[in-house]
Ligand binder design. Structure first.
Ligand code: 3PG
Ligand code: CO
Length: 554
């Protein structure tokens, strides 16, 4: 029968401290002035790369290697940390939703049938990120859902859109708004009353995460549910174009707006009896809104009016909390993660990041599961992030504090694994501010140094890797790999992640002699890291885990 007990590794000892460092948004790319990691002073990461050649390599962090639909899909933190923690590759939300729409199964399951009960007499609201980034949502999926719902009786549909500019180029929201408007006007020609009802920039409206700032969710609630916002427009294209003209504005931070009719009334507040679907498949930036929509008891902000709705998520965002209760597509069932195994085998674990990435090394790492497996053996520490700022003004973020917490955890002797996420390359990279991203990379490197020094002191082992690329390439490139220019001849800054592989380095005084990266896993990816780490803790990974990256030569 099944057992949590892991077999002893034939050659590697137990009881060594293993520091597991994930640099967020830290890929490998050619030297270039848009490669902020290259431009920044990063002596620690450089020394790993230029050190023992059999202790540093690249791993795949995008596309099918992390369960995404195609090799054109850049990596992201959700799928990256899922793969790192679970040691296996799961078909992820983007792919599962594609399949359910393609087969039509989405319309047969409980979630859709539940919201469908509202179609005859009430409005269907769709809330989510208007983007083709494929990280949180995809517009083509929304288009299919609009078609499918209208063919199955939805007569009145309202969209509440969040503009992106973070997983896609800044300014692309105008094109997405136009595409969506065209789609909705086609539906209107067929007699379906379909319109955009509200919107706002994702980082300012609705899509906060890990409870960093509930005001963000409240701004969205006011526009989406109450129909109240500081800006009013006749349609979404006008809204996005006008709001983008304000100097310093960008897609990520557009203020909330509502669409109003001729008499100035909002066209789509959410009222009793309506159906609501949050169409993002990714959890982290939807669970806060999901709570506001679903929970009867809720004290994070004053909802003013709480409509009785039929609500479904595109996916269930949190299996442990069963949030939301109804969903259109079943999420990947990520079970038996390395964290759970290791705890069952007595490995005492410390995990830490600052708020904006805290759930990455806990929730995502543990297969989208909240909380501890065993509170006696685990300690998760969240360092509060600065809120209400864009991280280019504070590019060092809490890297130092994370480094210190990890150092203290290592020196305390109370843990066998100390795991951190260092967010700078990613969070500052997303702002598109190249200079600030250089500062961010330097700060991340310093945090790594602090942790490696502690590993050195206790005779431990380190694993340094990343979840996906971002800071190593900050410009959109043409087919030849040169910076792509826009109509005005300016380079187009890339705020999003990349398709680049990421480094992984192992070392430290505790690393047994003869341990090195195998040569026979050339296409290894993030999912191979879990078995590797289990080995370093002295265990053999379960059979169905992706193979280890290391071998021990005598
Ligand atoms: C975000 O949510 O910030 C971006 O869409 C993706 O970034 P992450 O995958 O690094 O969190
Ligand atoms: Co990111």
């Amino acid at each position: 029968g099944f057992s949590w007990k892991l077999a002893d590794h034939p050659k590697l000892p137990k009881g060594k401290l293993v520091a597991m460092i994930v640099l967020d948004g830290w890929g490998e790319a050619s030297p270039d002035k848009f490669n902020c990691i290259h431009v920044a002073e990063t002596p620690t990461m450089d020394s790993l790369k230029n050190g023992a050649p059999d202790k540093w390599r690249l791993v795949r962090a995008h596309g099918t290697a992390v369960g995404l639909p195609t090799e054109d899909d850049m990596g992201n933190s959700e799928v990256g940390h899922n793969a790192l923690g679970a040691g296996r590759i799961y078909a992820q939300g983007a792919k599962l939703v594609d399949a359910a729409l393609e087969s039509g199964k989405i319309y047969e399951d409980e979630g859709f049938n539940y919201i469908k009960e509202s179609f005859a007499n009430n409005t269907l609201h769709l809330i989510g990120l208007m983007s083709d980034g494929g990280v949180h949502s995809r517009l083509d999926q929304v288009q299919l859902l609009l078609k499918g719902a209208s063919e199955r009786g939805a007569k009145k549909i309202r969209l509440h859109v969040l503009t992106d500019g973070r997983d896609v180029l800044d300014g692309s929201s105008i094109g997405f708004a136009e595409t969506l408007e065209k789609e909705l006007s086609d539906l209107r020609k067929k007699g379906i009353d379909a319109q955009v009802a509200s919107g706002g920039g994702r980082m300012y409206v609705t899509m906060d995460r890990y409870e960093n700032d509930w005001e963000v969710v409240k701004r969205g609630w006011d526009a989406q549910v109450l129909g109240e916002a500081p800006h009013k427009f006749k349609n979404v294209v006008e809204a996005v174009k006008t709001l983008r003209q304000v100097p310093g504005s960008n897609d990520q931070y557009l203020p909330p707006f509502v669409i109003v009719d001729e008499s100035g009334s909002p066209v789509g507040p959410i009222v009793d009896g309506d159906a609501v679907v949050t169409f993002n498949f990714r959890a982290d930036r939807m669970t806060m809104l999901a709570q506001a929509l679903e929970y009867e008891k809720f004290d994070k902000f004053d909802r003013v009016r709480v409509p009785k709705i039929r609500y479904a998520g595109m996916l269930q965002y949190d299996g442990e909390l069963k949030l939301p209760n109804y969903y259109l597509v079943s999420p990947p069932l990520i079970d038996r993660t390395s964290g759970e195994y290791l705890v069952h085998n007595g490995v005492r674990t410390f995990a830490c990041s600052e708020t904006v990435k805290f759930g990455h090394v806990t929730f995502f790492w543990n297969g989208n599961r909240s909380g501890y497996f065993n509170a006696e053996l685990e300690e998760y520490v969240e360092i509060p992030s600065d809120s209400g700022i864009t991280f280019n003004v504070q590019p060092k973020m809490k890297a130092l504090e994370i480094g210190e917490k990890a150092r203290d955890a290592i020196l305390s002797g109370r843990f066998d694994q100390v795991r951190v996420n260092i967010p700078n390359g990613d969070m500052v990279g997303h702002t598109g501010d190249v200079e600030a991203t250089v500062v961010a990379c330097k700060a991340a490197d310093e945090a790594v140094k602090m942790i490696l020094d502690a590993v050195e002191q206790v005779g431990g082992i380190f694993v340094v890797t990343a979840d996906h690329g971002n800071a190593e390439d900050m410009v959109k490139r043409n087919k030849k790999g040169e910076p792509a220019l826009d109509k005005e001849g300016n380079v187009q800054i890339l705020t999003s992640h990349t398709l680049q592989p990421v480094p992984i380095a192992i070392g430290g005084p505790g690393l047994a002699e003869g341990v090195k990266f195998r040569k026979d896993v050339p296409s290894g990816g993030l999912a191979n890291v879990a078995a590797t780490v289990m080995n370093l803790h002295g265990f053999v990974a379960p059979d169905d885990y992706e193979t280890t990256l290391i071998e021990v030569v005598d």
